[in-house]
Design a protein around this ligand. Structure first.
Ligand SMILES: [Zn+2]
Ligand SMILES: [Zn+2]
Length: 325
């Protein structure tokens, strides 16, 4: 399914199966998770994609060919390919454990063709083994919603009372990590979104409410997944002194101005950008120990546009995944 240009539907196309170059592997794609970032690309809010482009950066597939010099993964291995597809290894960010900020980073399903396809090429060094026991469809959302969500959770710090703004793919995974750790979960949704609120309650949220409501007690931290700038001052008002607000999305509408008093008190406002390979190792090691279960709605590849529409309109519970099997 190919994006020819922004703000047009993906087109079902026949492409030549690519051959892996040195250091690369060819995957037979089994499943690919759908991410809000994909919507931002289709909708033209992320402005520099390669075009035409195959979207998709939560790829689960089997290695069917390996290029020159690849020792691992091996043909037959099942691997996941996340958003971070290549880094330079020499810039100041790469050399300081922050390859997520690499000046020349290349991203799967943005700079590199992704996983809304039967086959995909990936740099072998950026493939992650999928934990045994996870079905393909359930594993796919771990690769971005889970993995970047987990990075957000880490950046939120030690927060006994943590708010989640937007209860979609990432939040439904993170709530399982938080409950496992004994953190109290405050789930904020679009005002009146009873479907998302019921879902949060079913997954064990301690408090559920509209995003414009204040929680019953001040929060220690909050993570904003919804791409809505108006949520930033709302979250600042909900968080206690010393608390952190993490913006987890790659794109957000403009943040309205707000009085300094709601930032005062050593509140911290920060974003989380991308992921490192170390994040992937840590989170994919953690997921089966909890174990995290993902709730997925499955679409055949040729229905990828329907999946994107359902995500845009807030009709999904949990995660959407396209299946190639
Ligand atoms: Zn993503
Ligand atoms: Zn770099």
């Amino acid at each position: 399914m190919v994006l020819e240009r922004a703000r047009t539907p993906l087109a079902l196309s026949d492409l030549v199966v690519p051959a892996p170059g040195p250091g690369q592997v060819l995957l037979r794609v089994h499943a690919c998770g759908i991410c809000r970032t994909d919507l931002h690309i289709v909708d033209g809010e992320l402005t520099e994609p390669k075009l035409p482009l195959v979207l998709g950066h939560q790829i689960v597939g089997e290695v069917v060919a390996a290029g020159e010099g690849v020792a691992s993964p091996r043909v037959g291995d099942r691997v996941g390919v996340p958003w971070l597809g290549w880094t330079c290894g020499v810039c100041k960010f790469c050399r300081s454990g922050r390859e997520n900020l690499c000046d020349r980073a290349r991203f799967t399903g943005y700079d590199i063709d992704g996983g809304y396809a039967d086959y995909a090429i990936a740099d072998a060094r950026f493939c992650h083994p999928i934990p045994a026991g996870y079905p393909d469809l359930q594993a796919a959302p771990l690769l971005c919603a889970g993995l970047i969500g987990y990075r957000c959770l880490r950046m939120a710090g030690d927060a006994p009372r943590l708010g989640l703004y937007g209860f979609g793919s990432a939040a439904h995974i993170l709530i399982q990590v938080m409950r496992h750790r004994g953190q109290r979960v405050y789930a904020f949704t679009r005002p009146g979104d009873s479907g998302a609120q019921d879902f949060a309650r079913e997954l064990g949220a301690d408090w559920v409410g509209d995003s414009n409501a204040l929680p019953p007690e001040p929060l220690d931290a909050a993570i904003i997944f919804a791409p809505v700038g108006e949520l930033v001052p709302l979250a600042l008002r909900a968080v206690d002194k010393g608390g952190t607000i993490v913006c987890g999305g790659i794109h957000m509408s403009d943040i309205p101005s707000f009085p300094y008093s709601i930032l005062w008190g050593e509140r911290v406002l920060r974003s989380v950008a991308n992921l490192t390979r170390a994040d992937g190792v840590e989170f994919l090691g953690l997921a089966p120990t909890i174990p995290i279960e993902t709730h997925v709605t499955v679409y055949p590849l040729e229905k990828a546009n329907d999946a994107l529409d359902d995500l845009r309109e807030g009709r999904l519970r949990g995660s959407a995944v396209v299946s190639m099997l």
